[in-house]
Design a protein around this ligand. Structure first.
Ligand SMILES: C[S@@+](CC[C@H](N)C(=O)[O-])C[C@H]1O[C@@H](n2cnc3c(N)ncnc32)[C@H](O)[C@@H]1O
Length: 278
């Protein structure tokens, strides 16, 4: 196991920058090491809404909380303070390396000429929205899946469309992050059209809002009807592949055991091809 100053002692000299994903929201889904990193930090930096989710852990610390579009400012301040010798936790919801702050922090470090030695940088994983949402729906991600953000703030819409098309064509289960905001409305409608051109209107779709936080809602519907439900900034949508089924009210993508085994006895099914029988 990699030794870390979070499980051992803080480095004797130099600042630290810990990039922390704190999971979907509720404290029981925050990993112990992520919690420890926030407790050990001198300074905690994050988007205001996310800081609210860990507010009880930051009492007595210096806290820098900024608005949604101020990511560059947060990353820059985090790096600067670590260079000044502080122990800094830069927090994101879910996993910090999945549409979170980790990549931007490394870009800022690179601009500053960080060689890897000036400050200690650690990335801590968290439960990302797609796994939190999948667990509430059943087991929709049991087979290959593609995660696509519908936010075109940093990625051209044409490229997002291309990725949707490729994932739809290749029968991936598709997780849609950032599906809709008050200003971005048509993207989720186009995404549905693209998926409908490659799979059935009856394909199961899970729509989860605020997984594992206050206000959690879970809907299982179909590709045909997915736009009949509220979709917003705190929603993740999981769209099944051609094999995804509803089993006892849960959304499940079979991995293929049924083709190979008798699910009652556990015995392997003997196929004609394998025995050479005609
Ligand atoms: C900028 S991304 C951040 C993703 C985050 N780093 C993660 O790993 O979950 C924001 C999007 O994540 C999804 N999301 C984050 N938290 C969620 C939650 N608790 N329930 C449902 N979706 C969530 C939504 O699609 C939202 O628009």
């Amino acid at each position: 196991m990699t030794k870390s100053y979070l499980t051992e002692s803080l480095p004797e000299k130099g600042g630290t920058l810990t990039l922390v994903g704190f999971g979907p929201g509720a404290e029981e889904h925050l990993t112990p090491i992520a919690k420890k990193s926030i407790e050990k930090a001198d300074v905690v930096i994050g988007y205001r809404t996310y800081i609210d989710l860990v507010r009880h852990l930051v009492n007595g610390k210096s806290v820098i909380e900024t608005g949604m579009t101020e990511e560059i400012d947060r990353a820059t301040q985090a790096v600067e303070l670590a260079y000044q010798g502080k122990h800094v936790a830069l927090v994101s919801s879910g996993d910090v390396g999945i549409y979170g702050m980790a990549g931007l922090a490394f870009e800022v470090l690179s601009e500053k000429g960080w060689s890897g030695d000036e400050i200690t940088v650690t990335v801590l994983p968290g439960i990302t929205a797609l796994s939190a949402c999948a667990s509430l729906l059943g087991a929709p991600l049991m087979h290959d899946f593609a995660s696509i953000s519908l936010s075109d703030l940093l990625t051209p819409w044409e490229l997002i469309r291309k990725r949707l098309e490729a994932a739809a064509m290749a029968d991936f289960v598709v997780a849609l992050y950032n599906p809709r905001s008050s200003k971005r409305v048509h993207q989720v409608e186009e995404a549905r059209e693209i998926l409908l051109s490659h799979r059935s209107a009856e394909t199961p779709v899970g729509i989860v809002k605020s997984a594992m936080r206050d206000g959690e809602t879970v809907v299982i519907t179909t590709l045909d009807h997915m736009l009949d439900y509220p979709i917003g900034m705190l929603t993740t949508i999981l769209i099944g592949n051609s094999q995804t089924r509803l089993l006892a009210g849960r959304m499940v993508t079979p991995r293929g055991y049924r083709n190979k085994y008798d699910l009652e006895t556990g015995e392997r099914l003997v196929r004609k091809k394998e025995t050479g029988a005609q």
